[in-house]
Design a protein around this ligand. Structure first.
Ligand SMILES: Cc1cc2nc3c(=O)[nH]c(=O)nc-3n(C[C@H](O)[C@H](O)[C@H](O)COP(=O)(O)O)c2cc1C
Length: 354
């Protein structure tokens, strides 16, 4: 996997270089053309799913999704950076990078390291704050007809609530409350590993909104089902899992850690078996629907998560490798259904036989 394209903020990579095409006459496409016989950079249009007869709609705790595929928070920015590659309105939903009340600077660099079949990040929830999201990103997503899940961060219980309150008049379809980030000292995973704090923060967020509330779980616990039950009891409409697994990488020659923060969150194909196991465990422990993620790169990966109990799925680290992966995953699920004689994608949810 080549992660060189990831920018230092850990949001969208630059992705593929546009295809250079000769422009034969400037009056056909004046914008960006270099004179009448010059060359301009033109890419293919943003990708949409191939039309299918399969019923692809799912309901994630009150969030109507036109297909089961969203993107994992922090791997797709707020969608705009991927707009040349993906028709964001054609996804089941766009999940934004985590947003806090005021901007956060994030952690010191280096904060990305490549690992076998995955990557470590210690971005630390860098973001420009909720006002910026409302002003710049949400209108752009709305213009494109995107279904929007905003990922909510906080350094305190109050901050989670304040972010939600600030977004209540904005075009947002659901909130995903991140109580599982391993890269911040306050909030994040420190909240998501203990049932008492999970119940407290989810209860407060629940009281702040009637919109669908998705709670994002950490895999860095002994019993994920126990945490899932606490979130459900406190009012979560759906649960998403997994966030990244705490890990570290060492540079032996320099005898130094590869990340400035020493430890970071592991993601990508390396975590998929752990994520699948946790989705399966949580599916048996709660009755709210699940948004599964962790190493999903193909339609078949996504189907595996749905069979294990996920209602919908998110493409994460794969976006840095293939910026059109999310739409290709939609197509891959539909193709699997066609081949298997499945008329409605919801038939896959929890259909694992064991
Ligand atoms: C660079 C990077 C930034 C991330 N930022 C966030 C974030 O802001 N909020 C959040 O809930 N999860 C964040 N995550 C976790 C992902 O949303 C996802 O849960 C995790 O990467 C597992 O999925 P994957 O293996 O498909 O990437 C981030 C992951 C990466 C790689």
């Amino acid at each position: 996997m080549n992660i060189d394209a990831i920018d230092p903020a850990g949001v969208a990579g630059e992705g593929e270089a546009p295809v250079a095409q000769a422009v034969l006459s400037s009056h056909e496409s004046p914008a960006g053309a270099f004179g009448s016989c010059g060359t301009r950079l033109v890419g293919p249009p943003p990708r949409r799913p191939v039309p299918t007869s399969i019923s692809m709609c799912v309901d994630l705790g009150g969030l109507e999704m036109k297909n089961p595929v969203t993107v994992a928070s922090g791997t797709f920015a707020a969608g705009r950076e991927y707009g040349d590659f993906v028709d964001v309105g054609s996804l089941g939903a766009v999940t934004t990078k985590g947003v806090s009340l005021n901007g956060w600077e994030g952690n010191a660099s280096p904060r990305i390291a490549e690992t076998p079949s995955g990557m470590l990040n210690s971005i630390g929830l860098q973001n420009p704050g909720v006002a910026h999201l409302k002003e710049h990103d949400l209108p752009w997503l709305q213009e494109r007809g995107a279904t929007v899940i905003v990922n909510v961060s906080g350094h305190s219980f109050d901050e989670y609530v304040q972010v939600i309150e600030a977004l209540e008049d904005a075009p947002v379809d659901a909130y995903e409350v991140n109580i599982s980030c391993p890269n911040v000292d306050a909030g994040g995973m420190t909240i998501g590993t203990c049932t008492d704090s999970v119940e407290a923060v989810v209860g407060r967020c629940r009281a702040a909104t009637k919109r669908p509330l998705i709670v994002k779980l950490t895999p860095n616990v002994t019993d994920v089902a126990e945490i899932a039950r606490a979130a459900e009891a406190a009012g979560a409409d759906a649960l998403s899992l997994i966030n990244t697994l705490l890990g570290m990488a060492v540079d032996a020659k320099r005898r130094r850690p590869q990340l400035a923060r020493v430890v970071g969150g592991l993601s990508g194909p390396a975590v998929k078996p752990v994520a699948l196991r946790m989705v399966w465990e949580v599916h048996r422990a709660v009755s709210v629907p699940l948004l599964g993620m962790g190493g999903i790169s193909t339609g078949i990966d996504a189907v595996e998560f749905m069979l294990a109990g996920a209602t919908s799925v998110a493409a994460g680290t794969v976006n840095f490798v293939n910026p059109r992966a999310s739409v290709e995953i939609v197509d891959g699920i539909a193709q699997y259904c066609e081949e298997q004689g499945v008329q409605d994608v919801r038939e896959l949810i929890g259909a694992l036989e064991c």
